[in-house]
Ligand binder design. Structure first.
Ligand code: INI
Length: 156
């Protein structure tokens, strides 16, 4: 079963430098995602002084700020945390589409792992459920994914 060559990432954050990009929009949700992500990363060995938190207006601004951080080449990984909640107009669809496309583009263009912790919810209840209650904390999941991806990419 395990006779094939396997590459897998250790969940060890020791010595890494990480940037967290977090939107102010819906900050009562986003602050929970940040808290969960920091708690996870610190419990896996990341030092507080190796984390840079960048606050931005909303999810639409995420790609540009992730691009600046990736271009600086100072970070092993970036964590994008935010919450887009559907309103009464199509605005939601444009913000979600541009944020997700833009972040994916930056990750590939700059060869930098980005944890995608952007909630895209139909209502506030769904966001609360994903920010540290019924459905877990998506900030933690995105942090874990970023960490694993950093460690996998180091070996490829
Ligand atoms: N930005 C968010 O991060 N979440 C939202 O729910 C949201 N809604 O619903 O409008 C939102 N809009 C702001 C947008 O991201 C930009 O900051 C704004 O359009 C200015 O460029």
């Amino acid at each position: 079963m395990h006779s094939i060559n396997t590459v897998a990432g250790q969940l060890d954050a020791k010595g890494l430098k990480v940037a967290i990009v977090a939107s102010r929009f819906n900050d009562f949700i986003v602050d929970r995602l940040i808290g969960g992500a920091l708690d996870y990363l610190e419990r896996h060995g990341l030092q507080k002084q190796d984390v840079t938190l960048v606050r931005i207006p909303g999810a639409f601004e995420m790609p540009l700020v992730c691009q600046k951080l990736a271009a600086a080449r100072k970070y092993d990984g970036i964590l994008a945390l935010g919450a887009v909640i559907r309103g009464g107009t199509p605005h939601f669809d444009y913000v979600c589409a541009e944020a997700s496309k833009g972040i994916a583009h930056v990750m590939l263009a700059y060869d930098t792992p980005i944890g995608f912790g952007l909630l895209t919810c139909d209502n506030i209840e769904q966001a609360i459920e994903r920010a540290g209650s019924k459905a877990g904390n998506k900030g933690v999941e995105a942090a874990a994914a970023m960490l694993e991806t950093i460690r996998v990419c180091e070996q490829l």
